[in-house]
Ligand binder design. Structure first.
Ligand code: SAM
Length: 316
């Protein structure tokens, strides 16, 4: 049987009583899965179809906090930090999208608790974590292009560097060359982790423990990269940060900013797990860049193969 979800139009509720039915049906199915030790691949079609209803803006606006709570309770232990979805929900480091969850996604981590591991298999089968993993090759591609264009003294700024997995994988391919990456990261635990992971490339990477809003530099960069950060910013903060970073671009330098697309089918599931992002379309991202003073010929929007993570590319 295919795991493609049944089109939403079959289900999408239009009245609050239909939403009530959907919540009940979803709650019962999740509780059933939790009782039997997590979803098997044969359950994914039904679970995806039910959860994807909650990605619909119209449905979301009709679901109450009490109904969301009811759905969360149905997960039981599957919403403890022993699972990735539970890590997202509980936020043990105190904020959403911490370096550990990203590292769990990159590494296809599976809960050591036997009865919960199937929930992680389900999580990893979703498009959103696939899109996160696709960042690795996109980052490598950007680094490669930048290094080819500026073979000596390549300067890169990595904003919100997290676990550093993208740098580690890219530098393994590119080799320790004449390339320098400055990383701005607010979480000292993330920096400690990334320093250990990227130990063999310590001459290439410089970590700066700072909130990006308090980071000022005279250095200019060939490439400024940021993934997994701007989706948490409202439009004003997004633009303020772009304008600020743009001052640190070299002539012809490139800024690449990741943001989840509204086409993310896992939005409902993620929000159920308290992982709230601001999803932006290609048009929306381009418009924000225009409002920062960039012209159309300087703006492009790229995407990874899933089409879920978009990348606003601004050329100076
Ligand atoms: C979702 S992770 C992304 C990590 C990495 N860019 C990646 O794609 O693998 C987000 C990271 O942003 C960091 N972060 C969040 N807000 C920040 C801020 N205002 N300044 C600097 N770092 C920030 C967090 O500590 C976390 O490590």
């Amino acid at each position: 049987m295919s795991n493609q979800p049944i089109p939403l139009s079959h289900f999408a509720p239009t009245h609050s009583s239909e939403v009530g039915k959907l919540v009940n049906e979803t709650q019962q199915f999740i509780a059933h899965l939790s009782e039997k030790g997590g979803p098997d691949p044969s359950d994914y079609l039904m679970l995806n179809t039910l959860l994807q209803n909650f990605s619909e803006e119209k449905t979301q606006s009709m679901v109450s906090e009490a109904q969301l709570q009811k759905l969360r309770e149905a997960f039981g232990d599957a919403l403890s930090p022993e699972t990735i979805q539970g890590w997202a929900y509980q936020q043990p480091l105190g904020y959403a999208g911490d370096f550990k969850i990203i590292e769990k996604i990159y590494n296809y981590e599976r809960s050591p608790v036997h009865k919960l591991a199937k929930w992680d298999d389900f999580f990893h089968s979703q498009k959103a974590p696939k899109a996160v993993r696709n960042r690795l090759s996109l980052f490598l591609d950007q680094l490669w292009k930048t290094k080819m264009a500026h073979p000596s003294g390549t300067q890169i700024l990595n904003v919100a560097s997290g676990p550093g997995r993208d740098m580690y994988e890219a530098l393994k391919v590119l080799g320790a060359s004449d390339l320098r990456i400055d990383c701005v990261e607010q979480d000292s635990h993330a920096i400690d982790f990334a320093k250990t992971l990227c130990q063999e490339f310590h001459q290439n990477i410089n970590f700066i423990h700072k909130n990006i809003f308090r980071f000022f530099t005279d250095t200019t960069y060939h490439l400024i990269w940021s993934a997994g950060l701007f989706d948490y910013f409202n439009d004003n903060l997004f633009k303020r940060t772009i304008r600020k970073l743009a001052k640190s671009l070299k002539p012809n330098g490139r800024m690449v900013i990741g943001n989840f697309s509204p086409d993310n089918p896992d939005r409902g599931y993620m929000e159920l797990c308290n992982w709230k992002l601001i999803h932006r379309s290609k048009e929306h991202l381009a418009q924000l860049a225009r409002e920062c003073g960039f012209e159309d010929h300087q703006i492009q929007v790229e995407q990874e193969p899933e089409g879920i993570n978009l990348f606003l590319v601004i050329t100076n």
